[in-house]
Design a protein around this ligand. Structure first.
Ligand SMILES: NC(=O)N[C@@H](CC(=O)O)C(=O)O
Ligand SMILES: [Zn+2]
Ligand SMILES: [Zn+2]
Length: 441
C-alpha cells in the first residue's frame, strides 16, 4: 500500500464540477471544494480541466509472456497499460506455452504482481493448445490463484460447435464467460484483409464479413440454448452489430467489444501495403466504422477493448503477406475513444468510464473498486484512478512508446487527450504523463 499522499487539485470527476481529491493510504481520503485541500506533506497534481476517470480495465491485451518476450513482457506491456490509463488488464492466452493450465495462468498472474503496474487477470484457453480439439482444464484455472473467469482461444476461433457448446455449459459453474474470436476458418483461408472493393483492387485475398457474422449468429443461439454468457471479441462489421442488437433484444446474455482501431481506420489503408495496418479481424469499410460507432453509442457494443497485439520488427517489417496480424493499442486507446466518440458528442465522459472501466470489469468479474463499478468517486474507496487532459494534442511516435513493440497504426498521427497520471490503489504508476520508474510495493 502506498504511503504517499497526493492532492489532485481541481480535477473533474467524470467531466463534472471540479474538486480536490486527496489520495492517502491507498484510498480516496478526502474530497473537498477546489483549491481547499491541505497540501502539506502531499504531492500536488495540478489537475484543472483534467477529467478524473476510474482506472481503465482492458478485457483484451496480448502480453506475449511466456514465449515471445522479444515482442513484449508482462512488465513492459503492463507499464504501457499504465501509461494508457489502465489499472487492470486481461492477458490473452495465446502465449507459448499456451495459458491452458493452472500452472501457466498462475505464472502470468505472479509476473503481473511482481511488475506492479496494473492488476493482471489471465485469460484461460478454451481448448488445449488452442488446437480446437478438446477442452482445457477450465475448472482448474478458475480455482487457481489467478481466479480465471474469461476463457478464450483468441487468435483462433472455437469453430467446432460442439466444443463451443460444452465450453459455454462448463463456465456456468463458476460464472465464467467464453470470449469468442469470431472467424469461420474455412471462409478465411489465406485471407489477408477485408473482402471488398479494396481487396479486389490491391489483389489481396479477402476476409468476408460473413465469416465473422456467421460465428456470432451461431454463438448467440448456442448461448441462448444453454443459458450461458457469451462475449464477442473485436466485433468489426455492421452485420455483427445487427446480430448482437437482435440477440440482446431477445434477452440473450451476450456482450461485445470493439477495438479503438475499428472505430476509426478502414480497409483503404491496405492500399499503402504497410503491414502496420494488417490486423485480425481486418480493418473494414467506412460504413462498418459508422455502424460500430453507432453500436457503441447505443449500448449494443458494451465495451472498448484494445486487442493490444505487439509484434517484433522482424514479424512486421516485411511484405504484407508475410507480416503478422496485430497492432499495439494500450497507449492510444483512450485518445481514439475521445476523438471518435467524445469529441463527436456520441459519448460523455461517464459513458467512457462505463465502456473502458465498469463494463469490462463486470464482464471479466474483476473487483476493480466501487468507482470502477460505475459509481462516482467517493471517500474510502481504493484509489484506482486515471487523470486525463482532454485538451492536450500529441503526435504518436511509434519509436517512443512504452510498449516493447513499435507496431502502432497511428505513427505520426495527431490524437487528442493525454493520460497525465494513473494511480493503482493510491500509488502513482504514471505522473506527468510518464511511467513512474520505481515500483514500490
Ligand atoms: N488481433 C490480431 O491481429 N492478432 C492477435 C490475435 C487476435 O486478437 O486475434 C495476436 O495475438 O497477434
Ligand atoms: Zn482475436
Ligand atoms: Zn486478440
Amino acid at each position: 500500500m502506498s504511503t504517499e499522499t497526493y492532492v489532485l487539485r481541481a480535477a473533474r470527476p467524470l467531466g463534472g464540477d471540479p474538486v480536490d481529491v486527496v489520495l492517502r493510504g491507498g484510498v480516496v481520503a478526502e474530497i473537498t471544494a477546489p483549491g481547499v485541500a491541505d497540501a502539506a506533506d502531499a504531492t500536488v497534481v495540478e489537475a484543472a480541466d483534467h477529467v478524473l476517470l476510474p482506472g481503465l480495465v482492458d478485457l483484451h491485451t496480448h502480453l506475449r509472456e511466456p514465449g515471445r518476450e522479444d515482442a513484449e513482457t508482462v512488465a513492459s506491456g503492463t507499464r504501457a497499460a499504465a501509461a494508457g490509463g489502465f489499472t487492470a488488464v486481461h492477458a490473452m492466452a495465446n502465449t507459448s506455452p499456451v495459458a491452458d493450465t493452472a500452472g501457466v495462468v498462475e505464472q502470468v498472474y505472479r509476473l503481473g504482481e511482481q511488475a506492479g503496474w496494473v492488476d493482471v487477470h489471465p485469460v484461460g484457453a478454451v481448448t488445449v493448445g488452442l488446437a480446437g480439439e478438446r477442452l482445457a482444464e477450465l475448472g482448474a484455472m478458475a480455482d487457481s490463484a489467478a481466479r480465471v473467469r474469461v476463457f478464450s482461444d483468441d487468435g483462433k476461433c472455437v469453430s467446432d460447435p460442439v466444443l463451443m457448446r460444452r465450453a459455454l455449459e462448463y463456465v456456468k459453474a463458476f460464472d465464467g464467460v467464453v470470449a469468442q474470436h469470431a472467424q469461420e476458418p474455412r471462409l478465411t483461408e489465406g485471407a489477408q484483409m477485408n473482402e471488398g472493393v479494396v481487396s479486389a483492387e490491391v489483389g489481396l485475398t479477402g476476409w468476408p464479413a460473413v465469416a465473422e457474422e456467421a460465428i456470432i449468429a451461431r454463438d448467440v443461439l448456442l448461448a441462448e440454448h444453454v443459458g450461458s454468457r457469451l462475449h464477442v471479441c473485436h466485433l468489426s462489421t455492421a452485420g455483427s452489430v445487427e446480430i448482437v442488437r437482435w440477440a440482446k433484444s431477445r434477452g440473450i446474455d451476450v456482450t461485445a467489444e470493439v477495438t479503438p482501431h475499428h472505430l476509426v481506420l478502414t480497409d483503404e489503408l491496405a492500399r499503402t501495403y504497410d503491414p502496420a495496418f494488417k490486423v485480425n479481424p481486418p480493418l473494414r469499410t467506412a460504413a462498418d466504422v459508422e455502424a460500430v460507432r453507432e453500436g457503441l453509442a447505443d449500448g449494443t457494443i458494451d465495451i472498448v477493448a484494445t486487442d493490444h497485439a505487439p509484434h517484433t520488427r522482424e514479424d512486421k517489417d516485411c511484405e504484407w503477406g508475410a507480416a503478422a496480424f496485430g497492432m499495439t493499442g494500450l497507449e492510444t486507446a483512450l485518445s481514439v475513444v475521445q476523438q471518435t466518440m467524445v469529441d463527436t458528442g456520441r459519448l460523455s465522459w461517464s459513458d467512457v468510464a462505463r465502456v473502458l472501466s465498469s463494463a469490462p470489469a463486470r464482464i471479466g468479474r474483476v473487483d476493480a473498486g466501487p468507482h470502477a463499478q460505475g459509481r462516482p468517486v467517493a471517500v474510502g474507496e481504493p484509489a484506482n484512478l486515471t487523470l486525463v487532459d482532454p485538451a492536450a494534442v500529441r503526435s504518436v511516435d511509434g519509436t517512443r512508446q512504452v510498449t516493447a513493440s513499435g507496431n502502432t497504426p497511428f505513427a505520426g498521427v495527431e490524437l487528442p487527450g493525454r493520460v497525465v497520471a494513473t494511480f493503482l490503489r493510491g500509488r502513482a504508476t504514471v505522473l506527468d504523463g510518464a511511467p513512474v520508474g520505481e515500483v514500490v510495493r
